[in-house]
Design a protein around this ligand. Structure first.
Ligand code: NOJ
Length: 447
């Protein structure tokens, strides 16, 4: 089976070296350095020290047998406040990219994984339209530098979190309380940044793949039933009604793949005196991503009562519990999720992230994590079911290659296939699930 397997990491979560080589401070440096924002009071100053140990990690990824190595560039390392290029930052990413290529994998680069330079946030972050030019400048620099080496670019990762949560005061940087109007503008500016990046990247290398990563919590019919499934599908693509509902997908995916916002969202924008110019909408329409990348972890069950009324079910089965309350191990999300997105947009689908955190323990240099192995196998079998039903899924990336800084939860949540021993020099230890994923890759690709 020709299928792309990968793993993911992101700059702030692993790099560390937070002041090295003239890197600018990011909004995550600011948030983690002020009290009360990170549950274990940690920060990403050192993280897993990927900045210095990238070769060791890339080698581990190679051993897994993955084809695609997903990581992110930090804008804070590439440009200074005046838009001048920081060559030391470029050189670091050149070393990383060369190493990935040497080991025979494809580097897949996320251009924005949440670590905005703080000085841009001080000017309003994504609510300020000036961000579009700065982002475009950054993209132009890296697109030229890496023209012959990077084939796949992800312009943004999960605006549902960095706008939806970060601009409504919930746990993510910049943790501000934006108004509804500002949320709408920020969303629009993210799309314009994507569109400009698309033009630049394709202009420099017409053959490159440009994509955008969304996420969503998938609505799962508790029993298989057409009406229930239709309800779950429709509910997935509902627009927000207020500023607290911007953990939303359709306000990104409809403009990205259809070139227009949903009608009820346009009405919401109009209620805030926001209208979108024809020119902006045309720019967005001309930047349709080449494929659908979606991060899928968990979802909610829906069922019908005896009167036919449909509602969300609050049941949680024992085997669904992980170390995060938002993450219930519900493999069917990898069946229904791709199905809904394919049904609506008809483009090839990549599961750009899927993974789980458990309280892993290191014992005698080993980490036995049978629940993660079970998670991977059961989720993947649901994905195969989707493929069998004709859904064009072309890739799967496990999150994450290694344990790392899990945002507002610091190092207390472990998603990795590789355990990081934070107490003992950041030693890397392959968990049992590392071998489960490795075997799955070998079997699937040989099968
Ligand atoms: C999504 C994000 O892209 C990633 O940074 C995060 O660590 C995982 N989900 C797990 O929460």
């Amino acid at each position: 089976m020709k299928f792309e397997f990968g793993t993911g990491i992101s700059s702030y979560q692993v790099e560390g070296a937070y002041q090295e080589d003239d890197k600018l401070p990011s909004i995550w440096d600011t948030l983690s350095h002020s009290d009360g924002n990170i549950s274990d009071k940690s920060n990403g100053d050192i993280a897993t020290d990927f900045y210095h140990r990238y070769e060791e990690d890339i080698q581990l990824a190679k051993e897994l047998g993955i084809q695609s190595f997903r990581f992110s560039f930090s804008m804070c390392r590439i440009l200074d406040k005046n838009g001048r290029v920081n060559h030391k930052g470029i050189e670091f990413y050149q070393r990383v990219v060369d190493c990935i290529l040497q080991y025979g994998m494809e580097p897949v680069v996320t251009l924005y994984h949440w670590d905005l330079p703080q000085f841009l946030q001080d000017k309003g972050g994504f609510t300020n339209p000036e961000i579009v030019d700065y982002y475009a400048k950054y993209v132009e620099v890296v697109a030229k530098e890496f023209k012959n080496k990077i084939k796949t670019w992800i312009t943004f990762n999960e605006p549902q979190c960095f706008i939806g949560l970060g601009y409504s005061g919930r746990e993510h940087a910049p943790k501000i309380h934006a108004s509804l109007k500002e949320m709408i503008l920020a969303t629009h500016h993210v799309l314009l940044c994507h569109a400009k990046a698309y033009q630049i990247l394709k202009g420099i290398n017409p053959k490159c793949v440009v994509t955008f990563v969304n996420t969503f919590s998938i609505n799962i019919p508790l029993v298989e039933d057409r009406e229930l499934e239709d309800y779950c599908y429709n509910h997935t693509f509902e627009s927000p009604k207020n500023e607290n509902e911007f953990y939303n997908t359709v306000i990104y995916t409809d403009p990205l793949y259809f070139g227009r916002y949903p009608a009820d969202y346009l009405a919401l924008a109009a209620s805030q005196d926001v209208t979108f110019s024809k020119e902006d909408m045309m720019t967005i329409k001309l930047a349709k991503p080449d494929r659908i990348d979606i991060n899928i972890y968990s979802g909610n069950y829906f069922a019908k009562d005896e009167n036919g009324n449909i509602s969300m079910q609050n049941l949680v089965k024992e085997e669904e519990i992980t170390s995060f309350d938002w993450l219930r191990a519900r493999p069917k999300v990898l069946y229904y999720g791709p199905k809904y997105f394919y049904q609506r947009y008809h483009l090839p689908i990549v599961i750009s992230e899927n993974g789980v955190c458990y309280d892993d323990q290191l014992e005698d240099d080993k980490v036995h994590d049978p629940n993660r192995s079970k998670f991977i196998l059961e989720y993947f079998s649901q994905l195969k079911r989707a493929i069998k039903d004709g859904i064009d899924v072309i890739g799967y990336y496990y999150w994450s290659l290694e344990d790392n800084f899990e945002w507002a939860y610091g190092y207390s949540k472990r998603f990795g296939l590789v355990y990081i021993d934070y107490e003992h020099g950041l030693k890397r230890v392959k968990k049992d699930s590392f071998y489960t994923y490795k075997n799955l890759i070998t079997e699937t690709r040989n099968g």
